[in-house]
Ligand binder design. Structure first.
Ligand SMILES: Cc1cc2nc3c(=O)[nH]c(=O)nc-3n(C[C@H](O)[C@H](O)[C@H](O)COP(=O)(O)OP(=O)(O)OC[C@H]3O[C@@H](n4cnc5c(N)ncnc54)[C@H](O)[C@@H]3O)c2cc1C
Length: 320
């Protein structure tokens, strides 16, 4: 129960009275919102109906001095066990795919699933997104991560993206302004991506589908299946593979609490049952220390770790 007079309940009523349309929840468990199935509660969890309502929400949170974090499908996120203070926004309702020209330009909502977009484009005979097969997540997350594989990345097909800023304003930025690199971007501070524009090329639907099926089966055989995870934990260091280094350091199958380094691919940590973020972080600390000591390599995290640890007081409370 959220006590009356709690700043989050106050923010909720302030947002509601501003005429906001969409869903608002207090204390939403982030374990329900991440592919790792890990993470404490978000103070406020909001699903705005559209861009205008996202702008209202962003402005209200900004005026109340509260941070805003966007969550796509949470497929690249580790949320700490104490959860997230402030406002977590889902753009699940930003789900449109709209043609901009018959030559293969489309405007895509940030909440559209990356894989769904790839399959839809294949059906319509547009090539260029085949690599996205079996990459979970939304188009918004794909923009932030420049998601891809050695076969391609979002940057290859992106033209521009639209953003809502903390003051509620909207701006469109071109690809060149977004600093997209290997699993990284430099988006404007506080910007929430609402749509992206992509340009694809005409192709034969059967051939596009064929390439996607082949890529899908390749990936299936090399990654853990049926256990919650967040994909690759680390980026590959130049000229090497993070998975190779982690395996060579003897971590395959290593456990901490409910978290386990996958025995299929050592750059994946899986939630083998009831894992907490603290378990995953314990494995990550050990991997990072060992890689530095044994190989002189500083592994760079691909997953984003967000939120707060469980405070010592609430740990005491929960064990009472
Ligand atoms: C089994 C598995 C396989 C994977 N394979 C690959 C792969 O081959 N290649 C690859 O690149 N990735 C891979 N990933 C990682 C992940 O799927 C991608 O990084 C994906 O693009 C993340 O999208 P998301 O919607 O889940 O983003 P989230 O994890 O929800 O968020 C990622 C980051 O983006 C921010 N964000 C999300 N949406 C927005 C928005 N609209 N505006 C502003 N910020 C936003 C979040 O705040 C966060 O910082 C894999 C993951 C899994 C679980």
């Amino acid at each position: 129960m959220t006590p009356v007079g709690c700043p989050m309940a106050d923010l909720k009523s302030r947002i509601v009275s501003s005429g906001f349309r969409g869903e608002l929840r207090l204390g939403e468990p982030m374990a329900n919102r991440t592919t790792f199935k890990i993470g404490g509660p978000a103070d406020v969890f909001a699903v705005p109906a559209d861009e205008a309502n996202l702008a209202v929400l962003a402005r209200e949170a900004h005026e109340a001095g509260l941070p805003v974090l966007v969550v796509g499908d949470g497929s690249n996120l580790l949320v700490r066990d104490g959860g997230i203070r402030g406002v977590v926004v889902s753009l699940a309702r930003f789900d449109g795919i709209e043609p901009l020209s018959p030559r293969g330009a489309f405007r895509v909502g940030a909440g559209v699933k990356y894989q769904k977009l790839a399959y839809r484009m294949a059906e319509e005979g547009f090539a260029g997104l085949e690599f996205a097969v079996r990459i979970p997540g939304t188009v918004g997350g794909a923009l932030v991560m420049n998601a891809g594989t050695p076969e391609g990345e979002l940057k290859d097909v992106l033209l521009a993206a639209a953003f809502i800023f903390p003051d509620g304003s909207r701006r469109i930025l071109l690809k060149e302004d977004l600093g997209l690199g290997y699993r990284s971007s430099r988006l404007p501070a506080g910007g929430i991506a609402t749509t992206i524009d992509v340009l694809l090329s005409k192709g034969d639907p059967d051939e596009i589908r064929g390439r996607m099926n082949w890529l899908a089966s390749e990936r299936r055989s090399k990654q853990p299946q049926g256990v919650p995870n967040a994909g690759s934990i680390y980026k590959n260091p130049p000229g090497d593979f993070a998975g190779r280094l982690i395996e060579a350091a003897g971590f395959k199958g290593r456990r901490a609490g409910g978290a386990e380094v996958s025995s299929v691919h050592a750059n994946f940590i899986v939630n083998a049952g009831g894992a907490r973020a603290a378990d995953v972080l314990a494995l990550m600390d050990a991997i990072e220390r060992t890689a530095a000591e044994r190989f002189g390599v500083r592994l760079e995290r691909e997953i984003r770790v967000v939120g707060e640890d469980v405070s010592p007081e609430s740990r005491v409370r929960s064990s009472e």
